[in-house]
Design a protein around this ligand. Structure first.
Ligand SMILES: NC(=O)c1ccc[n+]([C@@H]2O[C@H](COP(=O)([O-])OP(=O)(O)OC[C@H]3O[C@@H](n4cnc5c(N)ncnc54)[C@H](OP(=O)(O)O)[C@@H]3O)[C@@H](O)[C@H]2O)c1
Length: 251
């Protein structure tokens, strides 16, 4: 039975991905910081799901993550680097620097560190699949997207460079680039718990759902081993890249 390691399993995309992969017949290791959420998911998903408490920004914890896995969950076939966050939407000249620091440490450093720990085990077995969750924010600028978008642009280029380093090996890499997706904690986190501001993002919009992302991942991991989707950009029909803007009568 194939084994998937999913970060950010305690909410949003990650929870939907864990549920879908268990349904598809995979063993799933679900990692996140909140043990209570992971325990609920473990009770729901049964013995093919292994919850592990992991903060991907903690260097020692990531270094030791493989040692903590029990027999039966050690040979990871699929790594889904989903954990990530946006914090704030202020313009760059007003943004909170600690928010920038947290985004860089989670979306970039946590992701590359975990990849660096798990990838050699795939190379040793000459099999594997890494799926990174990027964002349309890494493809198109928007106001207030400053560092968040830049972290996702990093994830896009890192994914492409991984493909290049893995030339000749039976290891696949895909960067998924979602646009506006509702029903997750993403905007609650971004607006530091301001529920009204978070809700307003999705009012009267038919956004994509976490299950849409889980369905996409199900399709990718169940596709044949000779088939690699390098990147896949997904937006709700209601969303388009904004286009160019001109400010008139600037002072
Ligand atoms: N929702 C969207 O519109 C959207 C669009 C494009 C891309 N994305 C990307 O998709 C991914 C998932 O987003 P989502 O909407 O599902 O957000 P979410 O509901 O807020 O879930 C984020 C997950 O990441 C985990 N996480 C955050 N920091 C972590 C850390 N230091 N260590 C381990 N886990 C951590 C959280 O768990 P704990 O708090 O329990 O650690 C949570 O499980 C993110 O990378 C996000 O940037 C989202």
């Amino acid at each position: 039975m194939n084994i998937a390691f999913v970060t950010g399993a305690s909410a949003g995309f990650g929870t939907a991905i864990c549920r879908q992969l268990i349904t598809d017949g995979y063993k799933v290791i679900g990692a996140a910081r909140r043990q209570d959420k992971l325990s609920c998911l473990a009770a729901e998903l049964g013995s093919n799901f292994l919850p592990i408490q992991l903060d991907i920004t903690q260097k020692d914890a990531v270094n030791n993550v493989l040692l903590t896995l029990p027999i039966g969950f050690k040979d990871i076939d699929i790594l889904i680097n989903n954990a990530g966050l946006a914090l704030g939407m202020e313009p760059a000249y007003e943004a909170n620097y600690d928010d920038w620091d947290t985004m860089v440490h989670t979306n970039i450093i946590g992701l590359i560190h975990l990849t660096r720990i798990i990838l050699p085990t795939m190379v040793a077995r000459n099999t594997g699949y890494i799926i990174n969750i990027g964002s349309t924010a890494g493809n198109y600028p928007y106001r207030g997207g400053n560092v968040y978008g830049a972290t996702k642009a990093f994830v896009k280029q890192f994914s492409a460079n991984l493909r290049t380093d893995l030339f000749g090996k039976k290891i696949r890499v895909t960067n998924i680039e979602p646009g506006l997706c509702g029903g997750t904690e993403f905007s609650n986190v971004r607006f530091h718990g301001d529920v009204a501001q978070a809700k307003a993002v999705y009012d009267n919009v038919d956004a994509i759902s976490a299950q849409d992302i889980a369905n996409t991942i199900s399709w990718l991991v169940n596709s044949p081993a000779h088939f690699n989707v390098n990147a896949i950009e997904i937006m709700p029909t209601a969303q388009v890249p904004a286009g160019l803007a001109v400010s008139k009568n600037m002072q």
